[in-house]
Design a protein around this ligand. Structure first.
Ligand code: BMA
Length: 860
């Protein structure tokens, strides 16, 4: 099939107005694309931005690699070269502009670009942006833009072969790609997870993954606006703003104006002169009584609209809008009696960080729509998070991601894109990384959400803590010394210098976890990735005692729920977790499966079948991470952050995520929502006492009533204790200590549930249930849960009642287009619970599909 189409570039708006005429215009080249395998002849329609894989799927050349074991059949794709091409005409108005360039926002990865058969670019880094002046090559009609994508395998294999040693990359699944042990991912400046991870498939993409813009202007344009907040207080914000203007000529009569785009109030109007070329103009001004930007939970994430204009005489040459949150946000590492603090200080307030680690939302990045980003961030906000860590094996995210974080008060821990590997940091590779870091720091530095830049994920631990250094030294001390020197140069010299130069005042960490070079982790300093529970098989209860100043990772695995498994593995006979299909969607392998089983056998009753196993696994994961989240919050202010691993998945898989690939909340996400509320009431048994901690992230003191009840399975109260408490702002305190033996009143531990309720003077209710025996020992009777359903806007309201205590009530529907306002919750007899269900199902179908079960139903 041959496929050609041409596009005509038009510019929205009117061109007859004199002042508008001069303003730069920008048009996206996203039409008329076709693609082909370089060595074959047939062209097919292509979507740009997109990837080769998704274009092959759309043209039915390959099948969805996320379905069953299809991933295996598409490993040939990354060994081929691919050509993308489009044709376009240009409107006269654009054609006559004095300056025209192409701006490639993201090319994945080794791409030679030709305009009208002239090579204009050789790109080699998916994280960089490439701008090419094309004025002299453009015609008004019949332009051809061709991009030749070299196979990343073919480009990088010779680099691997040329070396007498290997750069280690533990998550690179080279065998799955048919490359034997040749882990070539370290040579490509391309998302690490494309080569496989312990939660991800190996799908090494190519393609135009971000938009290509054709930009045209006359005389001058704003290239960049940088807003540096030098001093911020309630009274005043001292702003230093740099405006980079690209000018065709020297010009004397120029004014730079900065205004509040909402109130039109002027911040600064400053006369300047322009020289031909790139001008970096500095403006200093003060905003009095600024409305500050706060993180989720502490206040409004207020954003100013900074409107920056460049005028020549009375003519506006260019205008840029930037959403700016006025805040001071610093990572404070200061010696204290225990070691060294590690907390983020926002507008002078130490903020306990509650959140998760974020990975890319798909292996095929361009198909992540803005609506999906909306949901990703909304789900973080709805779970009361205030921080996400953009992890180093993925990507520097799209602008839209950070705009959402800005708007919603989600602070971002931003890794540079290096993870669990050592890299050939020298020569052209080093220069390439330098440019990548500059591009991304410049792109993201105005976002108020950026809380810290971090050199990498776990590369410091790998080298100094996991025995990598020793194993290299054993092979060849010179090579070990060379890699270590490259490592230090990268994370201790080059990257921090770029942060200091391009985002002055921002915090930088060389690695996560980290407290000191040459060292492994220290509970009294720096951040920790705590994997004692899970990877090292430590008991879940160790979450309660393990100390750290900031937990930037910890996690526990689960499979997705049955309704999700159905979507990638519809044949029920393939549901056993040892089946080939399930194993291909479990990248931790048999070891990960054995850990799920080991922990389950220890603490939960045996599930009666595979569906029950999947349910129990979700509860188990939720319970484990709830234990950790609460422990970390109780330990404040010693500990000032908890980010579980991980917020999302990039395909349907067994993983540590709290939301599956389809966006469905697992038990863990529901439990996080409670554990991350502004107040936490957290009971824990310590030395024969039941201690009830109340943790507050509020900035004001709270008066409340704390009730502790011990109940039978049938709901009768064994004993009850109520008292008033003063909850001091931003603290954790053991508010009440009761002897467990007294609470039991002669009952067995497995016959009762502890229910704690904190009611605040402002009429909020915080609840938590606690068990004095393991879930395996608990004597849950079979619960009869009755439901009544009423139609409400957007779905139904369910009222659920149980005749006895029901642990972990699980509601499910098929498909993905539904949401349960609450799920995996406990139900007490005599206390009906209402749950709103968002769904488009007609009532009859809803009633017949809806499944309701609790833990007692999962066992024989
Ligand atoms: C952490 C992460 C990832 C990994 C996860 C689970 O260390 O940084 O590399 O996926 O553990 O093993």
């Amino acid at each position: 099939m041959s496929y050609t189409r041409k596009i005509m570039l038009l510019v929205a708006g009117s061109f007859c107005l004199g002042s508008l005429f001069a303003k730069p215009v920008s048009v996206e080249l996203n039409q008329g694309w076709k693609f082909k395998q370089a060595r074959l002849t047939n062209w097919y329609p292509a979507t740009v931005p997109g990837t080769v894989h998704t274009d092959l799927i759309n043209n039915k050349i390959i099948q969805d690699p996320f379905f069953r074991m299809n991933e295996r059949d598409v490993q040939w794709v990354d060994k081929e070269d691919w050509i993308y091409e489009t044709g376009f005409d240009i409107s006269q108005e654009i054609f006559e502009r004095k300056n025209i360039r192409l701006d490639f926002k993201g090319l994945d990865t080794y791409a030679d670009v030709y305009l009208n058969d002239q090579k204009i670019l050789e790109a080699n880094n998916m994280f960089r942006e490439w701008k090419v002046d094309v004025k002299s090559l453009l015609k008004q009609k019949d332009n051809t833009l061709k991009i030749y994508f070299h196979s990343p395998v073919k480009i990088d294999m010779p680099k691997w072969e040329a070396l007498p040693f290997q750069y280690m990359a533990i998550n690179d699944q080279s065998e799955n790609g048919g490359l034997l042990d040749r882990k070539i991912s370290v040579f490509a400046r391309k998302a690490g997870y494309h080569y496989g991870w312990d939660w991800g498939p190996r799908l090494v993409t190519s393609g135009v993954w971000r938009p290509i813009l054709l930009e045209a202007w006359n005389d001058a344009r704003i290239e960049n606006v940088q807003v540096v907040q030098e001093n911020v207080s309630k009274q005043a914000a001292n702003i230093r703003q740099y405006v980079e203007v690209l000018s065709d000529k020297d010009a004397a009569n120029v004014t730079i104006k900065v205004e509040d785009g909402v109130s039109n109030k002027s911040f600064a109007t400053i006369p300047k002169t322009l020289k031909k070329g790139l001008n970096r103009l500095e403006l200093d001004f003060t905003i009095k009584n600024p409305k500050l930007w706060w993180s989720n939970g502490l206040g409004e994430a207020h954003l100013y609209d900074f409107r920056t204009s460049v005028l020549e005489g009375s003519e506006t040459l260019d205008v840029e809008h930037d959403k700016i949150g006025i805040r001071s946000l610093k990572l404070i590492t200061r010696k204290d009696k225990d070691g060294e603090t590690f907390h983020f200080e926002l507008n002078g307030v130490p903020v306990f960080c509650k959140g998760a680690n974020y990975i890319p939302s798909d292996n095929f990045l361009p198909r992540v729509t803005n609506a999906m980003y909306d949901k990703t961030i909304k789900d973080a906000v709805d779970a009361n998070m205030n921080m996400l860590r953009v992890w180093g094996g993925g990507i520097y995210e799209n602008d839209y991601f950070y705009e959402l974080c800005d708007k919603n008060g989600i602070m971002v821990w931003q890794d540079f894109m290096f993870a669990c590997s050592v890299y050939p940091f020298e020569g052209a590779f080093k220069e390439n990384v330098r440019q990548e870091a500059i591009d991304n720091v410049r792109r993201l530095r105005n976002h108020p959400c950026i809380a810290v830049w971090c050199g990498n994920n776990e590369c410091n631990s790998a080298w100094f803590g996991w025995g990598w250094k020793q194993s290299y030294v054993k092979q060849n001390p010179e090579i070990a010394a060379k890699i270590e020197a490259q490592f230090k140069d990268q994370y201790f010299t080059v990257l921090p210098e770029i942060v200091a130069q391009y985002d002055p005042g921002a915090s930088y960490r060389p690695s996560s976890p980290f407290f000191d070079m040459d060292k492994v982790e220290d509970p009294a300093r720096g951040d920790n990735h705590y994997w004692g529970v899970w990877h090292a098989k430590a008991p879940i209860a160790d979450y309660n005692t393990k100390k750290s100043r900031f937990f930037s990772e910890y996690g526990f695995q689960s499979f997705p729920e049955p309704a999700s498994v159905k979507l990638y593995n519809p044949d029920h006979k393939d549901w056993e977790i040892t089946s080939d299909v399930m194993m291909s969607h479990q990248r931790g392998g048999t070891y990960a499966n054995s850990l799920i089983k080991l922990y389950m056998e220890k603490s939960y009753k045996e599930p009666k079948d595979i569906d029950a196993f999947l349910y129990m696994n979700l509860i188990q994961q939720g319970d484990a991470i709830k234990t950790a989240m609460e422990a970390h919050r109780r330990a404040m202010p010693y500990c000032m952050g908890t980010l579980f691993w991980q917020h999302n998945d990039c395909w349907p898989v067994a993983s540590w995520s709290s939301r599956d690939y389809y966006g469905r909340w697992k038990a863990q996400h529901y439990y996080a929502r409670t554990a991350y509320r502004d107040l936490l009431v957290s009971p824990i048994e310590e030395n024969g006492n039941l201690n009830i901690y109340v943790v507050s992230d509020r900035l004001k003191e709270t008066k409340a009533r704390l009730t502790v009840k011990v109940l039978n399975m049938n709901g009768t109260v064994v004993c009850s204790n109520t008292q008033s408490v003063q909850v001091v702002a931003n603290t954790s305190k053991n508010q009440l200590s009761l002897k467990v033996a007294d609470l039991l009143k002669g009952k067995n531990r497995n016959e009762v549930i502890v229910s704690v309720v904190l009611e605040t003077a402002d009429k909020n209710r915080y609840t938590n249930n606690y068990f004095l025996a393991s879930q395996k020992e608990m004597a849950y009777p079979k619960a009869k849960i009755t439901r009544s359903i009423s139609k409400v806007e957007g779905g139904y309201e369910l009222e659920l009642q149980s005749d006895t205590f029901a642990r972990g009530v699980f509601l499910s529907l098929d498909g993905i287009d539904n949401f349960f306002e609450d799920n995996y919750f406990d139900l007490f007899p005599g206390h009906p619970v209402n749950v709103k269900v968002t769904t488009t199902l007609p009532q009859k179908e809803f009633e017949s599909q809806l499944k309701v079960m609790s833990m007692a139903d999962a066992t024989l």
